[in-house]
Design a protein around this ligand. Sequence first.
Ligand code: ZN
Length: 940
Amino acid sequence: MRRTAWLLILAVPFVAAIAAETPATIPPPLRAPGDQSEFRHVVLDNGLRVILFSNPKLNFSSVALAVDTGSLNDPVARPGLAHYLEHLLFLGTDKFPDTGEFDKYIQAAGGTNNAYTASDHTNYHLQISHAAFEGALERLSRFFIAPRFDADFCSREVTAIENEYQRHRDNDLARLEFVSNELYAPGSPDAHFSIGNRATLAGTPREEVIAFYKAHYSADHMALALCGPGDLDRLEALARRYFSEIPRRPVAPAEQPRIEYLPTKPALRLAQIVSAKDDPRLFLQFPVGPTRPIFAAKPIELLGALLSDGSAGSLLAQLKAENLALSINSELDDRAADHGAFYTTIHLTAKGRENMGRVLQLFFAYVRMLQASPYPLTTFREHAEFARRDEAFVDRGEGMELAANLVHSALQYPLEVSERVSYLWLTPDETAYRSVLGALQPDNLLAALLAPDAKADRKEKYYGFAYGYSEDSGALYAGLKQTTTEKIDFHLPDANPFATANTSVLAVEPVAIVDEPGLRMLYAQESDLARPQVAYRFYIRPGKPGFTAADAAQLALFQSVLKFSLQDLEADASAAGIQFSIEARSGLVLSVSGYSAATERFLEQLIQRMTQPSIDERGFSSVHEHALATLSSFPNSEAVEIGQARYRCLVERYSFFPTGLLEPTRRLTRQQVLETLPALFATAQVDGLACGNVSPSEAARIAHLLHDRLSTTAGTKAGILRPRYLNIAAGETIVDAATISGPNSFVQIVYRYPSDAPEYRAAAGLIGLFIGDDFFADLRTHQQLGYIVAANSIIDSPLLFTFSVVQSSEYPSDELRRRIEAYFGDLGRRWSEVTPEHFAQLREGLRAQLQTKPNKILERSEIYFQLANDFSEHWQQTAETLAALDRLTPERVGKIIAELLAPATRRVVVEQLTSTNHTVKTAPQPSFTDRDAWKAQRTW
Ligand SMILES: [Zn+2]
């Protein structure tokens, strides 16, 4: 991966090309009323497969290009080469030779781009304003026609890869992958080191990169996706104009021989991996053969649904009854056309951790029940029906994520149905199902425990973390192979109670439909989306003057208990398209969305369980110990996560650092947690919002139901707890410094604006767009400080600020801070050189961003909810920012930059974290030693 989004680590999908055949008859998709989406599939003369998607509602145009080469194609002697090549294509082409030009163009037009390298494909994608789309296509297409591979920048980019490699050191899933690789059959492609680092890539001759590129990057091994609002003819013309020139070349076969990565063995193979986080999980991986050709039968998905079901007679219900596990889920790791792995992940309790043998015994007993049972046709039909409905009504999303998903599918599945693949549950195929089920055998298993106290006797060779490995062919293994005499009531799930939802289809700025003491309900009917879906949100706030760490600990544990007690409904709700979340802030935030009628039915159950929670001592102690472990292992997180958490509890009055919640959490008893609502919310305010396909009377009924069940008394307006943020005086710089374990140092500098008046919001947006690519080009591409390097402005929060972050395994924190400050010291001068054309471009980019209206009901409800709660229902906020943007001049923005940075007027917060691997020359001067005492003296 080339970049990491701020606050968001994108998961790299492990997916990959035996041509799967399209089944002979496929029913046409259901269409939502008013849906104007259109698809077209074209193969260009050079063999490039193209999927085009048009929809006039798209806020962005987007493109993705994927090639069927990935890390499995690396030469044996050059691990990481495919990934390295992915980075190098961004560094200049024949028509656009300048290294930073691509990023600059994309970002100036309000766009973003990224790329990732998977096991058997590489995917490049971007999104951008419609006006700048053609320019972006011209630039991206040159990557695959005439890249420059400038020798100087190629060798510098190795540092970016080294940093990317280093940042996985404390990532537990990376540990699982690296240990698995080490245990796979030597010489098998899956045992390969895919990221690459300085040791494998430094000094790679330019010719070697070019030879690899020419051997693998051929038009007939690629797919292209274009998404835009214009008609399909225009999109097709763009694809032909810019991508026909990609050459078709003879492609080299894989260098590595086909070796089975995990041959069957009559023994229980168990790896024990010492994890960074205290969250014990048992991973079961079973090799499976090709799965793409049987996509229409969905055997993996069907089996996954059965294994994660929580209803009576399920594996999860039994594991929970014996207090062994908290949750279970299964998915395919689709590595290449001819093989993959079926993964099951089990979150263990402390008892489960001690009794892994019993967990495995139950797992295989359940699998044997499935083998002995008839094909689960009811479950298949339910999912087929959900999928058919989702294909019509679930929003496809947009932007580069949509383009990347479409191209991925177009590369690996029949082009003519590629956009429908994940929705097609066409043929209940018992043979395909039994074949995947047949792979779930003890002798075809590699089990791995990830836990901080795992039994280790060796070191992993790249990162050096500890793990152990054993092969047991004794009594335990024998026990897994045969049916026990013990009677366990395992059976196939009953019909899903949420399966029949009303999907018949029924104003935009929210209006208050309930406004009573203690309860306010807003309502927005989103008729333009024409989807039978609804989203509800509720913010329940205590009517008390303060909020302590003890309150926060109690509320957080109550939230975990509630989630635990809802698990039996979770799989059915999720299959029926219902999404929900329960967050503990300085109050409780509930969010539930899905198809109308089913959503209300689910909410009724949620409200009932929330107000009359039930959990036995055993369940409570599992949740309790898991919460304690999560809190106490937080300091082992990646530097960027620690930095962000420290920042939050610095600037938010009622936010607490995880380790500060440890003692209050430890003291909590089950009885106290069960009485959380009456204890913290005896007086309270409930603020709700319903958005989408629902009548006002139904929304009001749900609001009253919740409020009545809480049986609180209404507080006074002034007595309601509201979030409070740190005041920073003009000229003040607040420094929070710490030493942390882990390989990275981290610095974040935040410059706060004097207020969030519309003019400052518009200026902050422009400054964010201006520095986004400039800061990245300077501190990452040229100075090579690290992998996570970003700067931007946050303009949709009550705290308006411009931030910069750098995480580095190479440099100590004082050096990082010096370089960031040097960049900002020079920002006024850089801005003074902005040309009128560049300014106009930035303004267009920001305008496009502000005018974006999400096409998902859930996202719209988030925006309304935020405006309602953080901005006191100020619905005109965006319109005011746009008006202020029209009035801004480059000179006025220059003055605001000066005000932001001048010693007498600036308001700065510095997070400076130093890795124990690094030594600073200049010690930081922290503003406090005791954060809580310091916070108590501040104004908010
Ligand atoms: Zn990368």
